[in-house]
Design a protein around this ligand. Structure first.
Ligand SMILES: Cc1cc2nc3c(=O)[nH]c(=O)nc-3n(C[C@H](O)[C@H](O)[C@H](O)COP(=O)(O)O)c2cc1C
Length: 186
């Protein structure tokens, strides 16, 4: 299989859904003969030299309490400091994205604010609905998320585990990323 050395796929997760989404994208890319290994940003932020290699660079980042995880923010700061950044694909994973119209760069406030804060010009940006799993949260997180769900018309039963991720949309995003890739070298 031809190898795309220059494409990089990173994720920032706490509960695993962003990793699953990154893995699904990698699987989609593999079907287009593109190989990429998802890398967990919790293991370290790539050096600017590595990050500056030819794109696209893909980031799948979870939202907690209104912000993307801190390692994702650090990653975007490092990316923003590059003098000649490769193209960026930014995928935000959150529960707000389950609502119609809240899955786009303009409609999703977390994504929109992050793009503005870091002055990014992503080649592709989308919000992807994540997973709600009350039983795994600590007491305080459970109460806060339940309150948010109450306000936004989501499930409030504390036994609820529901995956909102639209996997067909993730597969579509993978195809759009493949279209952004330079032709593979053999
Ligand atoms: C403590 C906590 C805070 C969260 N805060 C938000 C939030 O502010 N907005 C939102 O839309 N989703 C929020 N979520 C939902 C997560 O974004 C969602 O569960 C996502 O799937 C988590 O991704 P991960 O499994 O990769 O960590 C929160 C979840 C937790 C557990």
């Amino acid at each position: 299989m031809p190898k795309v050395r220059d494409m990089q796929l990173f994720y920032a997760t706490r509960d695993g859904q962003s990793r699953r989404i990154a893995e699904r994208i990698a699987a989609g890319l593999a079907r287009r003969n593109l190989t990429v290994q998802p890398q967990n940003l919790a293991d370290g932020i790539p050096a600017p030299r590595t990050l500056a290699e030819e794109g696209p660079v893909v980031l799948v980042a979870a939202v907690r309490y209104g912000r993307h995880l801190k390692e994702a923010e650090r990653f975007l700061t490092a990316y923003g400091a590059l003098s000649a950044p490769p193209s960026l694909v930014l995928l935000s994973v959150n529960l707000t994205a389950r609502k119609p119209g809240k899955d786009t760069a303009s409609g999703n406030a977390y994504l929109r604010k992050t793009i503005n804060r870091h002055a990014l010009r992503p080649a592709l940006a989308a919000a992807i609905a994540g997973r709600l799993e009350y039983p795994r949260y600590g007491w305080l997180d459970r109460q806060v998320i339940r309150f948010i769900m109450m306000l936004t018309g989501g499930p409030t039963d504390l036994r609820t585990c529901v995956e909102y991720t639209p996997w067909d949309k993730v597969d579509e995003v993978a195809m759009r990323i493949a279209d952004l890739c330079p032709p593979p070298t053999s």
